[in-house]
Design a protein around this ligand. Structure first.
Ligand code: 5RP
Length: 226
């Protein structure tokens, strides 16, 4: 299977986990889009909580009933992609700039299933540059503080402002994204705590102790990791 076929297979496998009546968190990205399409095709009586404007638009275009986190007490199941899957189902997310809404939805979910192609599985997190969402006000100052936090965690890199067509990428919430090309993150929990301690950082793409399981697309089929 190609990477895209693997993504599709995991999205379809995850859609099979959804039951009538559920409130379902809808992830963001190309893998999550396969899930949303497969789920919509099942025509279940469910409500979806999208993690981005893009996912909301896709789900609505497929006729899915949507709600928001503030309208439901909790979410039964969230399915979302990842940029890296490391030991213990530690994740890097945020390649699609949706990490804040994704984390809010994941944290409100009883069960979180990560779906990804095999190329996302790594021994050590950090080859994928870690997305960090910051408020726009004084973001350059915040970036300096982020460099200090990274250095405190033995990571000597400067985060780079994410640009698209020469302009800063704005998240759905109007914030900016910095990417830190760490190379390797020796202690993800320590780094997560250090980044959350920086004023101006809204959140970061380390998703630790959040995924309950992962469905990984392999050449031979879909493998379940718990
Ligand atoms: C968006 C994300 C995505 O889930 C992540 O970037 C994976 O995307 P894709 O499925 O397109 O590879 O975290 O913020």
């Amino acid at each position: 299977m190609t990477a895209d076929e693997q993504k599709r297979a995991t999205g379809e496998a995850a859609a099979a986990l959804v039951e009538d009546g559920m409130v379902v968190g809808l992830g963001t990205g190309s893998t999550a889009a396969w899930f949303v399409k497969a789920l919509a095709a099942r025509k279940l009586d469910i409500r979806g909580v999208p993690t981005s404007v893009a996912t909301a638009e896709l789900a609505a275009s497929l006729g899915m009933r949507l709600t928001s986190l503030d309208e439901v007490s909790s979410i039964d199941l969230t399915v979302d992609g990842a940029d890296e899957i490391g030991p213990g189902l530690s994740l890097i997310k945020g390649g699609g700039a949706a990490l804040l809404r994704e984390k809010l939805v994941w944290e409100a979910s009883r069960r979180c299933v990560c779906i990804a192609d095999a190329g996302k599985v790594v021994r050590t997190l950090g080859a994928f540059a870690l997305p960090i969402e910051v408020v726009a006000f004084a973001h350059k100052t915040t970036a300096l503080r982020i460099s200090d936090a990274l250095a405190d965690c033995d990571i000597g890199v400067r985060p780079r402002l994410r640009l698209k067509d020469g302009a800063p990428v704005a998240t759905d919430g109007g914030n900016l994204i910095y990417d830190a090309a760490c190379g390797a993150i020796p202690d993800p929990a320590r780094l997560a705590e250090a980044l959350k301690g920086v004023t101006g950082v809204v959140d970061h793409g380390l998703f630790l102790d959040l995924a309950d399981e992962a469905l990984i697309g392999r050449e031979t089929g879909v493998e379940r990791l718990v």
